[in-house]
Design a protein around this ligand. Sequence first.
Ligand code: NI
Length: 256
Amino acid sequence: MVELIDSHAHLDFDKFNKDRDEVIERAKNNGIVKIINVGSDLSSSHRSLQLSQKYEMIYAVVGVHPHEAKHLDKDALKVLKDLSKADKVIGIGEIGLDFHYDNSPRDIQREAFRKQLRLAKEVNLPVVVHSREADEDTIKILKEEKMNNHNVLLHSYTGGKELAEKASEMGFYFGAGGIVTFNSASELKKIIQKIPLTRILIETDSPYLAPEPHRGKRNEPLYVKEVAKFVASLKNTNLESVAEITKENTELFFNI
Ligand code: NI
């Protein structure tokens, strides 16, 4: 069976309260060998860690999402630092900038992003970045914080061509998720075609952004296979090689 990793999921969210075990079992029985569960605030970071302790195949990433940036005070940063040292916590994220929703003021988002990048360097863990409609600021901050020698993943990539080029120069990785399968994403498809497969991780971002043919439904790690199939078609290759290469990329990136 083809083995795949879902490099970004939120299985701790309420949407999985009724059938979390079945969702994980279903993924496991269909070749999904590892799932990275990503925090979006302190409590979901705690829950991610708990999931990683309960299920052997799950790993945790801890961090405060730009939506929640206003809650990242000194105490919260200390809690994150403690969490980051736990067994099976393999990264800091998701952190970054979201200028689409602007749920936290932009200056506060920038500050929270910088603080968590510094934490990632301090504890020597890779970074999972969320960037939406903030291409220029994202790359500027990553440059200023000297993240070029660090493992940085631009998850569920939706940025433009220019950010993709600059991020490639800095040696960053790109997360391909459900959006690349959407008919409307023609620009993104071109960008993904240009990025070498050795720089791509695949993900679901469950419960959001279900890939075709499940678009509009709740997403789950099993559907990472649809993303992989689609990336294979974009790259004129087969599912087996996409699975093999992206699995290896993910394991190297997170050191798992
Ligand atoms: Ni996410």
